[in-house]
Design a protein around this ligand. Structure first.
Ligand SMILES: Nc1ncnc2c1ncn2[C@@H]1O[C@H](COP(=O)(O)OP(=O)(O)OP(=O)(O)O)[C@@H](O)[C@H]1O
Length: 265
């Protein structure tokens, strides 16, 4: 991290949800910096505030106190600089794959020719050349998630927020997509924050893993993945002798956090 410029920053951020049951403190005094081009994962027991942190970074929520910065500027609302990818692909069934991939550009007002060029290029980038004329219902879950990746990348965001994008997929497809996403984001120099419940996925994909503890959400531990793993594709990293130690450290921190009381689920 030291040699990179800071791309994402939370400075003493707290967030309070106000509902029928009253106010609840979801994250408290959380500070975190993510370097440009860095891949950071957030793990932690259910309810520790992982999605809240992504929503704050995306400008979907404003903090009760503290500051959220992207590219050195305070986040006040969602922007095209930050792309968001979810577990559900959210493809529109009546639009072709090309038109789905171009959706963000269309909403952003890009001219038709530029939309088609960028969406086609990104479909090729994610290994879906030749599928642009098909419809989401004709594609497998893994292919649909590749389209979602192309759609997220098409407006050329500097940052990608990934909220469990692989968790609905079979193991083999999930591992193929982990490789594809990591390689694509590296090649394009994107900064990424991944939320996952899968500790092996976090260890295999990330430069750094942040373990959150619940009630209220706060940072419990920060684990740097050693360079010999970071150089590898996730499927290869999982086989490396250094992998188990990272996994074990994450497991220990997670278990200690859960013992402090996460929500069921
Ligand atoms: N809209 C909301 N209104 C009230 N409370 C909320 C709301 N969204 C989240 N919370 C509460 O804030 C805390 C953090 O929630 P968040 O969804 O960020 O956790 P998480 O770590 O992403 O959980 P999970 O792993 O289950 O997705 C939890 O206690 C949750 O119940």
């Amino acid at each position: 991290m030291a040699e990179r410029s800071v791309m994402l920053e939370l400075r003493s951020v707290s967030h309070v949800y106000v509902g029928r049951q009253g106010a609840s403190l979801a994250v408290e005094e959380l500070s975190l910096a993510v370097g440009r081009g860095e891949f950071v994962s957030l793990v932690g027991p259910s309810g520790c505030g992982k999605t809240t942190v992504l929503s704050l970074l995306a400008g979907l929520l404003r903090p009760a106190s503290g500051e959220v910065r992207v590219g050195g500027r305070e986040v006040e609302k969602p922007s095209a600089k930050v792309g968001y990818m979810l577990q559900q692909d959210c493809l529109l069934p009546w639009r072709t794959i090309l038109d789905n991939a171009a959706l963000g550009l269309e909403i952003g007002g890009a001219p038709a020719a530029a939309r088609i060029e960028a969406a086609g290029r990104l479909l090729a980038e994610v290994g879906l050349d030749g599928t642009g004329g098909r419809y989401p219902g004709e594609l497998s879950g893994g292919m649909r998630q590749r389209v979602a990746l192309a759609r997220t990348l098409a407006p050329d965001p500097e940052v990608l927020l990934l909220d469990e994008p692989f968790s609905a997929l079979d193991m083999q497809i999930k591992m193929q997509l982990e490789d594809l996403v990591q390689a694509t984001l590296r090649r394009l120099g994107k900064t990424a924050v991944l939320v996952t419940h899968d500790l092996a996925e976090a260890a295999a994909m990330s430069d750094r893993v942040i373990v959150l503890a619940p009630h209220p959400g706060r940072i419990r531990a920060e684990i740097a993945v050693p360079p010999e793993l970071r150089r590898l594709a996730p499927t290869e990293a999982r086989k490396h002798p250094a992998f188990q130690a990272v996994f074990d450290e994450l497991w220990l921190e997670m278990s200690a956090g859960e013992a402090e009381g996460g929500e069921a689920g």
